[in-house]
Design a protein around this ligand. Structure first.
Ligand code: PMP
Length: 446
């Protein structure tokens, strides 16, 4: 088979990536026979690693029975069982699951569900969303508008719906001197409240946030009490809270949903990535009963949909992922291995002149790189430190997920780690060794 086609539209148009041919456990192998430790799970997707026999068996069994039935005609047994399982383990008050094919679709569906809810309860004037800077919610136009990644938004800015962006919860850079973490969280909640009032409390549909920031900010961990205060502000003004756990959810931080650790239940919760573990494209919106009840009693119809909703093989893969989590008690393992990885990174890099911050939970970690530790000055974005790190890491047989600094130099380069939950201590040790060497080589070259 040829691997030299010039016709595939890769994101990176000037350079063809290596050809992946097989995957087993935490490793991917390319067409040259070189293997890579998948320390980012792709983009925080491959929670069970590659080639997991239970997931493959479940998918094969489903293919033999039924691959696809359109949801305007049928539901499937496997979608029903998966929804029951997800709701059994969902945050308080959640009653329904709406299946989609990925993260951006989940965010789009959540935005539209929130809007339709207000139309149905007779508040059609609510038409505005509030979200955060340094966030990522997907690349479709609605999700891109909500997101606060300047670089991704910029070319499309004139065609995005207007959204108010408030500050992210970013203690390393934005917690003020003399402010405790709790005070910082309350200040951010007040900023949200001010934004709601500035827009007009009865014109806001929802506040949208990643429980832990991921793809733009290199993992942002909320300070204690932040989300509780945010929840209170939203409730005060009848604004819905949409938490996006496409990246940080599905066990990645050591609990199935990251918001469990915040003691908060959102109105709508988006999940994807680890839901299908990369074996199939699948995402979902988990919805509070009050939202579904209103829509059921009102128009009785959600004005939204896609062809592949609730795809049977995707649901079979996702159900198998959930069953493996439970049978192998993998979320406890995420917490344990996460502690191990955290210790190792601190031992290795606490004195590193260019590692400004190491932050995360479970097996979800961000490393923020700085030119100078004392002043936290980021590298010049034009040096593309993150791109160099990715290149050096790939040369060393390591996949990590790097992110660039903002053009205004306000935030710096990051590396994100999201290894499979099945990673051994030996494999995590190799990740830290290879990443340390890649970072040093990349930084030495700038
Ligand atoms: N939300 C978050 C928090 C994400 O991290 C991502 C993907 N990185 C998305 C939404 C979009 O998901 P997808 O790429 O599957 O469309």
């Amino acid at each position: 088979m040829t691997v030299a086609s010039t016709h595939v539209f890769h994101r990176q148009l000037q350079r063809k990536p290596p050809v992946a041919v097989s995957g087993q456990g935490v490793y991917l192998t390319d067409a040259q026979g070189k293997s890579y430790i998948d320390a980012s799970g792709g983009a925080a997707v491959s929670c069970l690693g590659h080639g997991h026999p239970d997931v493959l068996a479940a998918m094969h069994a489903q293919i033999d029975k039924l691959a696809y039935a359109h949801t305007s005609f049928f539901t499937t047994e496997v979608a029903e069982v998966l929804a029951d399982k997800l709701i059994a383990n969902a945050p308080e008050g959640m009653s329904h699951v709406y299946f989609v094919s990925g993260g951006s679709e989940a965010v789009e569906a959540a935005l539209k569900m929130a809007r339709q809810y207000f139309v149905e309860i007779g508040q059609p004037q609510r038409s505005h969303f509030i979200a955060r800077r340094q966030s990522y919610h997907g690349n479709t136009l609605g999700a891109l508008a909500i997101g606060g990644n300047q670089w991704r938004r910029e070319p499309f800015a004139p065609i995005l719906i207007p959204v108010t962006h408030v500050s992210p919860c970013y203690p390393y850079r934005e917690q003020q001197a003399g402010e405790t973490p709790v005070q910082y969280g309350l200040r951010l909640a007040k900023e949200l409240e001010d934004a709601i009032l500035a827009k007009g409390a009865d014109s806001v549909i929802a506040f949208v946030a990643e429980t832990l920031g991921g793809a733009t900010a290199g993992v942002l961990v909320p300070v204690p009490g932040y989300f509780k205060a945010v929840r209170e502000v939203c409730d005060r003004y009848g604004v819905l809270l949409i938490l996006d756990e496409v990246m940080c959810g599905m066990g990645r931080t050591g609990t199935l949903h990251a918001c469990e650790q915040e003691g908060v239940s959102p109105d709508l919760l988006t999940v994807a990535k680890g839901l299908g573990g990369g074996y199939q494209p699948i995402g979902a919106v988990l919805a509070q009963k009050k939202i579904v009840d209103v829509m059921r009693a009102g128009s009785g119809f959600f004005h939204h949909g896609h062809t592949y909703l609730g795809h049977a093989i995707a649901c079979a893969a996702a159900l198998a992922v959930q069953q493996v989590f439970e049978r192998d008690q993998l979320l406890g393992q995420v917490r344990e291995r996460g502690d191990f990885l955290q210790r190792l990174m601190h031992e290795s890099w606490d004195k590193h002149p260019h590692v400004g911050d190491i932050r995360g939970r479970g097996l979800f970690w961000g490393i923020e790189l700085v030119q100078e530790r004392a002043s936290k000055k980021p590298f010049d974005p034009a040096r593309n430190v993150h791109v160099r790190i990715k290149r050096e890491a790939m040369a060393r047989g390591l996949m990590v997920y790097p992110m660039g600094g903002t053009v205004d130099g306000r935030y710096g380069d990051h590396v994100l780690l999201a290894p499979p939950f099945i990673s051994s201590e030996a494999e995590l040790t190799m990740v830290v060794e290879r990443l340390g060497s890649a970072m040093d080589a990349a930084i030495a070259a700038v």
